[in-house]
Design a protein around this ligand. Structure first.
Ligand SMILES: [Ca+2]
Ligand SMILES: [Ca+2]
Ligand SMILES: [Ca+2]
Length: 289
């Protein structure tokens, strides 16, 4: 099927019916091009754009130009499209939400998602912004004063060995699928490879793992201030409990926390009156299922 899709004939893919259901929002699906008019990123729903953790796939539709292919979802290196051969082209997504690579329309040629147009996805809202550029069609705007494109989800990458870790991440960090399992801890830092994947820390660096790195209590016992290691690619929630066995964790009321710039985040919160208190921090990817 990969071969059929890589023929770049948009109607081929529709006939094949291999596309996953689109992730694009039913109301916010329209990009705009001065030369093409509206471009429908949901397509016909069954074959519309699909955003996943490392790559995009599926098709967007321009009434005047037909289907535009975002990639077949199966990059040859098992991670991202290299965009150096016709059968390995498509639009990639990085951990910060930036889109980069080439889409293809049989009637319009290549459409370049280039850093100059800053095409990206907001990791909190799923809103797309920036532009793509086609030599034959000019700019295609992913958001404007009237409309925008929004993805309801970012699908986790394929997990063929069923360890809960996207295979792309395993290949990127370990060069293959043999090392990481659902319980392994390759760098022995106490954070499992599965948890390092979830927190976007380095599974080959024992100094890199999610942890509360600082904690200060005000005179009188409340509020307290917690600092934890963080990355721009994740949001966080803080949880508290007054005992560990059994623990009943409660969200501390700060809601979804946007990380501070840099390598750590600090927040203050009320310290409940109790003989003992325990805290933990959870990494969150808002658009993941
Ligand atoms: Ca896996
Ligand atoms: Ca580890
Ligand atoms: Ca680590």
């Amino acid at each position: 099927m990969k071969k059929l899709l890589s023929a770049w004939g948009c109607t081929v893919a529709v006939v094949c019916g291999t596309g996953a259901a689109t992730t694009i929002n039913p109301s916010n699906f329209a990009a705009w091009s001065p030369n093409l008019g509206w471009v429908n990123c949901r397509g016909d729903t069954a074959n519309g754009a699909v955003v996943s953790e490392y790559v995009c796939s599926g098709f967007i539709w321009g009434a005047n130009v037909g289907w535009i292919n975002l990639g077949d979802g199966s990059p040859l290196n098992g991670i991202r499209y290299q965009n150096t051969a016709a059968d390995d082209c498509g639009v990639n997504l990085d951990a910060l939400g930036n889109l980069q690579g080439f889409a293809w329309g049989a009637n319009i040629g290549w459409v370049n998602f280039h850093p100059l147009g800053t095409p990206r996805i907001d990791l909190l809202t799923g809103n797309l912004s920036g532009y793509a550029w086609g030599a034959n069609v000019g700019w295609i705007s992913l958001s404007n004063a009237f409309a925008q494109v929004q993805t309801d989800a970012i699908q986790p990458g394929a997990d063929s060995d069923g360890d809960g870790i996207a295979d792309s991440w395993e290949r990127l960090k370990f060069g293959g699928l043999a090392i990481a399992t659902a319980t392994s801890d390759a760098d022995g830092d106490g954070a499992s490879d599965l948890n390092e994947y979830g927190a976007d820390t380095d599974p080959r660096d024992a100094a890199s793992h999610l942890r509360i790195s600082g904690f200060a209590v005000s005179p009188g016992g409340s509020p307290v201030t917690a600092t934890w290691t963080s990355t721009e690619t994740r949001y966080y929630r803080l949880w508290g409990a007054t005992q560990l066995a059994p623990a009943t964790w409660s969200e501390l009321g700060l809601g979804l926390i946007t990380p501070d710039p840099g390598a750590s985040t600090t927040r203050a919160f009320a310290n409940p009156a109790a003989p003992s208190r325990f805290y933990r921090v959870e990494p969150v990817r808002p658009l993941f299922p």
